[in-house]
Design a protein around this ligand. Sequence first.
Ligand code: NAD
Length: 366
Amino acid sequence: MPSLKFAVLPGDYIGPEVMSAALRVLEHVARQENLQLDWTEADVGGAAIDRHGQALPESTLKVCAEADAILFGSVGGPKWEKLPPKEQPERAALLPLRKHFTLFANVRPGLLYPELTDASPLKSERIPDGIDIVCIRELTGGIYFGQPKSTTTLPDGDIEAIDTMVYRKSEIERITQVAITAARARKRRLCSVDKANVLETSVLWRKTVSDYVAANAPDLTLTHMYVDNAAMQLARDPNQFDVFVTENMFGDILSDEMAVICGSLGMLSSASLGARNNSHGRPFGLYEPAGGTAPDIAGKNLANPCAQILSAALMLRYSFGLDAVAARIEAAVRRTVTAGTRTGDIAFGRPSVGTTAMVEAIIKQL
Ligand code: NAD
């Protein structure tokens, strides 16, 4: 019986509620599919600050390092907002986790079922079939990390700030490989987004992606688009994309735009894949919902558990190679929502159910 060893980091506010929902779904499919779940829970974020004095204690890091993947809830909230910025749960837990495990590839499905187009700010006639695209964002390079990075007062009294955008060919190749894998699981169309008309890093990006795809994935259709155009095209006709891949800052902005056009945060999952492979020969990864801790609805059985459940499905697909099981979970969530069982955030005035009833309906579909 294959054993799936993963760390469970529920975090704060709705984090534990949606995490327990995802674990119920995982336990159900594990029984059906004869899989053995071997998970260990650990504190992170505000909960860890309260119990251990820091957002990412050594003990939690150890649990993660011994696992093949991390299933993450979300962290932060009003209780810890007065802490200095460096000690804030998100910054002090998520960023070090990304760094420690070199989580260089952020995979974000932009999925909106046709039945939920009301959740999108786009006109329904632009997206009659909903939205179904994937954004792959490079997460550990580019202008957020490049050196030098400084603010200096010049001799004439003016002030100058510098950020540096740096990319290596090897960094571009490894993110391109992730994009190829994602595109091969879909319609085999890949769009690389850059600013090659202005930036040196983008010239290298475009050439590297072109060469790498030509050599390793001639079965894919590769196109290129400038980032300013991509921002417009996402709002005009998102489904012209299948998978798009881009560097860190462009991906930061485009993936948020994608989240907005896809409507409810409660439905959006994400994966951050690491540079090292796990004991299954697959990428180590951190899997989490796109939304935050939703303090406004925490503890009321109102949170939509779908994003966390879909994140668990991504974990099965990417870190454990269980594509068919992941697809079963995704289909069950979809059937549940399209059959009309919905939490308040996606009910649009129709009757809604609580977190627990939503999970039970999903399990019934499984
Ligand atoms: P948020 O995503 O928590 O909430 C924004 C809105 O979306 C709220 O109205 C909330 O009720 C709703 N929402 C979010 N997830 C939902 C779900 N699963 N079901 C139903 N509704 C849902 O964003 P925020 O209010 O800006 O942030 C709250 C806290 O979360 C902050 O402390 C922030 O720093 C933190 N946060 C953490 C992460 C993370 O851990 N990765 C990400 C974003 C925000």
